[in-house]
Design a binder for this molecule. Structure first.
Ligand SMILES: [Zn+2]
Length: 472
């Protein structure tokens, strides 16, 4: 299989041909990527660079004025030069954070005091994620881009992963701490400030998938990185401080609490049954759909096109040929959907071409359903959401399954779910919406005719203004 992502110089990604399974994307070290970028820039290689085939994803690695890495991802050959120099007079930020372990629960907490100075709700004409234009230079020097990834200027975790033992074993078991080593990247999904992920077309959503895959391959290869976490926060209700459609990638030096619990549960399940927890989970949910529907699902006609394909109490929202989306049995949030590839893989790099090809349609469909949950036909109330991609940490690739956990904090058009006494105090969720009801709703809104947002017909509202209006 060809590498997922090819460098714009025409060379396959550093490790593109080295993946034993043939699924590896570019996964060079930070050092090689940066130097490759510099040379591409100098020789205008990016401009002339071409990997040829239409539809393939290329990347152009460059550097910002303060030394941070910036990578452009393009479907096909970039239409314009990507390796544009960053002319801002930026001082390098020296982030200093540390990780501390809660001795009572074992959970790691990152303390990053320098982040207090970060950009907070800038006006739209000062958006740091829009392309640069004359007189206004942003984090993206190019005048346009498809998908761009750069190192966060105010990262929670920074430094060269692996330069310290992480987390260090200390003699004092009550005060385990270590440097907050890792990497935090920003993924700009599109140059269009007013769009949302759900407004992207399928080819563009595929490009984001390729970027996630490439970042996963590259960052997980860094020494000291335990897990690569790709996620998107959308909406001011979630705490988003930049309206521009973007997500983030964290290369974590520890295994976060939710993942640690899953590792434990999967091990117990394996010991009790001899089987994989995630395999059985996905199979059980799919079994709730009439076998005819799932069996006949295909790229052109997925099950889920008609709510009548499903029994009332099924929690499945979408059953594709390669992906299944369902509301979990013990959902924590009013509307929560888990999306799994039907064939278990440990992370993005394990997906095959068929799974990659089907992904954009399924994922965009899901996001658009979320956006239809709370509107009333007249008014579109976009759902604030968190899209959290779970990938196996280093050493747990055999049991943990790549999957998305997508959820909204909105309960109704006018009500938000707040994490209060039981949730924040005890991590015990109280959910007011029955998972089976949520699944029915999400199936029903699949066909709402007027609400499908395509780039051509996207409503002229940003998530943030919509959310603000909704709260007035
Ligand atoms: Zn913007």
């Amino acid at each position: 299989m060809a590498p997922t992502v090819t460098d714009a110089t025409g060379q396959p990604g550093a490790n593109g041909s080295a993946g034993a399974s043939g699924t590896a994307a570019a996964s060079g070290t930070t050092g090689t990527a940066a130097s490759a970028g510099a040379s591409a820039q100098a020789g205008a290689g990016a401009q002339a660079g071409t990997s040829g085939q239409a539809g393939a994803t290329t990347r152009t690695v460059t550097e910002l004025a303060d030394g941070r890495e910036l990578i452009y991802y393009d479907r096909g050959t970039p239409p314009t030069a990507r390796a544009v120099a960053d002319l801002r007079p930026l001082d390098a930020v020296a982030p200093s954070s540390e990780v501390r372990q809660d001795p009572m629960t074992g959970a790691w907490v990152t303390v990053a005091a320098h982040r207090q100075a970060r950009t907070y709700h800038p006006p739209a004409d000062e958006c740091p994620l829009c392309p640069s234009r004359e007189g206004r230079l942003s984090e993206i020097p190019a005048g346009d881009y498809q998908v761009a990834v750069f190192e966060n200027r105010f990262p929670s975790l920074a430094g060269e992963p692996g330069t310290h033992p992480v987390p260090p074993a200390l003699d004092d078991p009550l005060h385990s701490r270590g440097p907050g080593i890792g990497r935090c990247e920003v993924v700009c999904f599109t140059a269009d400030h007013d769009a949302s992920f759900a407004d992207l077309d399928e080819d563009h959503a595929r490009l984001v998938l390729d970027a996630w895959t490439d970042r996963t391959a590259e960052l997980s290869a860094l020494p000291g990185v335990r897990q690569v976490y790709c996620f998107e926060n959308r909406g001011t209700e979630i705490g988003v401080t930049l309206a521009h459609p973007h997500g983030q990638v964290y290369a974590l030096p520890f295994v976060p609490p939710r993942t640690a619990k899953m590792i434990d549960r999967a091990a117990r399940y394996r010991a009790a049954t001899g089987r994989n927890l995630f395999d059985d989970l996905v199979a059980a949910e799919r079994a709730s759909v009439g076998s005819g529907s799932v069996a006949s699902a295909s790229a052109d006609s997925p099950a889920g096109n008609s709510p009548s394909d499903y029994p009332e109490d099924s929690r499945v929202v979408l059953a594709g040929e390669h992906w299944t989306a369902f509301v979990p049995f013990a959902a924590r949030w009013p509307y929560e959907v888990h999306l799994f590839p039907n064939r278990r893989v440990s992370d993005f790099t394990g997906l095959n071409e068929d799974e990659r090809a089907e992904f954009p349609r399924i994922y965009l469909d899901l996001l658009r359903r979320f956006d239809r949950l709370f509107g009333d036909g007249e008014r579109q109330v976009r759902a604030p959401y968190i899209a959290a991609w779970h990938q196996a940490p280093a050493g747990h690739e055999d049991e943990l399954a790549l999957h998305l956990e997508l959820f909204t904090v909105r309960r109704t058009a006018d009500k938000l779910k707040y994490l209060a006494g039981t949730e924040s105090g005890m991590e015990a969720f109280m959910n007011d919406v029955a998972p089976e009801f949520a699944a029915r709703r999400l199936r029903e809104v699949g066909q709402a005719p007027a609400a499908v947002s395509t780039p051509e017909t996207a409503p002229d509202t940003t998530p943030d203004t919509t959310a603000e209006e909704a709260q007035r």
